[in-house]
Design a protein around this ligand. Structure first.
Ligand code: ACO
Length: 328
């Protein structure tokens, strides 16, 4: 049996925040942000929008595109680092209720920016074992709620958005398939990018000063070095698994964290940057959502056709990383 991504969908909030807008909030400039990251713009959720609202819209688009009803779903997997609530209910359960997916189980995946990559491979294996037929995999984030808008080191990097994919058995007589995945972690680097307040390590005690900041902290240099290394390594390992070369690949779809990470990886691999699909200029880093947003955009732009072989590569908090070799 082949398991494939039948359809994708995405949603980004309407409100835009440009580099020039940001330069009025913190000591930064369009020139610095573009030259250090490639980011020009990001989309920011409305005050009444949480992760599940973005996710539900992306999911509905994916369901419509697949010609499926929410009742056809057996499982909903949501990759997010910005769940509606810090513990429970999960964002996946809220999405399940919103969609009316009454036959589906629902669970969140905490793999930060690698959440969608993990979700695709988990979904594939549930289908291969016969535990489920149709699985909705979502990456959704409202990063704007967990960054310190006074910290120029982090606030310029992130945006909000959601993307979704329907994973199911391929009944067509073609090659479309999630061929092979790598799911990896380096927990020894757990503290290079973190948001620690409010968990069981640093609980919030009402009325007392918080021990830890509620915002995202990051050692940018360490994450940068890690990201370039694992991006290169994951591309090489996915290609080697099936004895493929870069000429067999239509696109590499990397996590959109920083244009310079992608340029450095392309240089080390000896590939043209044009092999990498990029839209970081418009959306910035939407964590688990960057890859499904990119896939949806590529389908809408007719850049992705059935039969194309692509690599999706993720890396981020955890530290986690991984990739999927996909025949679209
Ligand atoms: N505007 C202007 N100046 C700035 C800004 C800004 N927004 N941010 C930092 N600077 C300054 C610094 O203060 C520093 O000044 P100094 O030399 O006077 O001290 C200078 O610019 C250089 O700072 P660096 O941190 O060395 O800048 P660098 O070139 O390393 O870029 C960046 C920083 C963009 C964060 C980079 O390290 C990076 O992309 N890291 C990886 C981030 C990433 O991939 N995160 C993904 C994981 S996130 C997740 O999983 C949720």
């Amino acid at each position: 049996m082949k398991v494939y991504i039948k359809a994708v969908g995405s949603y980004v909030p309407e409100k835009k925040l440009t580099n020039s807008d940001l330069s009025k909030i913190v000591d930064t400039s369009d020139e610095w942000i573009v030259s250090h990251t490639g980011i020009k713009n990001r989309h920011i959720a409305a005050d009444n929008e949480a992760a599940s609202d973005l996710a539900t819209k992306a999911a509905q688009q994916a369901l419509d595109s697949a010609g499926m009803d929410a009742k056809d779903l057996d499982l909903i997997l949501v990759g997010t680092a910005t769940a509606d609530f810090p513990g429970f209910p999960s964002t996946a359960c809220i999405v399940q209720g919103n969609l009316g997916a009454e036959n589906a189980g629902a669970v969140d995946l905490a793999a930060a920016c690698t959440g969608f990559i993990y979700g695709l491979e988990i979904a594939k294996n549930f289908i291969l074992t016969g535990s489920a037929k149709n699985i909705l995999v979502i990456g959704c984030e409202v990063m704007s709620r967990i960054i310190d808008w006074k910290d120029r080191n982090t606030c310029v990097l992130f945006g909000d958005g959601a993307g979704a994919g329907i994973v199911t058995a391929n009944d067509e007589n073609d090659n479309s398939e999630i061929i092979f995945s790598l799911l990896k972690a380096e927990g020894t680097g757990a503290r290079y990018v973190e948001r620690t307040a409010g968990g069981s390590r640093y609980p919030i005690h009402p009325g007392k000063p918080m021990e830890e900041t509620p915002y995202t902290k990051m050692d940018g240099r360490k994450v940068y070095t890690f990201a370039v290394r694992v991006l290169v390594d994951t591309v090489n390992r996915l290609l080697a698994h099936k004895n493929l070369t870069i000429d067999d690949i239509a696109y590499i779809v990397p996590h959109q964290a920083n244009l310079r990470i992608i340029e450095a990886a392309a240089k080390r691999l000896g590939y043209p940057v044009s092999k990498f699909y990029m839209n970081i200029d418009e959306y910035a880093n939407t964590s688990a959502a960057t890859i499904p947003i990119a896939l949806t955009e590529m389908v809408q732009k007719n850049l992705l056709k059935r039969g194309d072989i692509i690599l999706t590569i993720g890396f981020g908090g955890g530290l986690t990383y991984g990739g999927n070799l996909i025949c679209w």
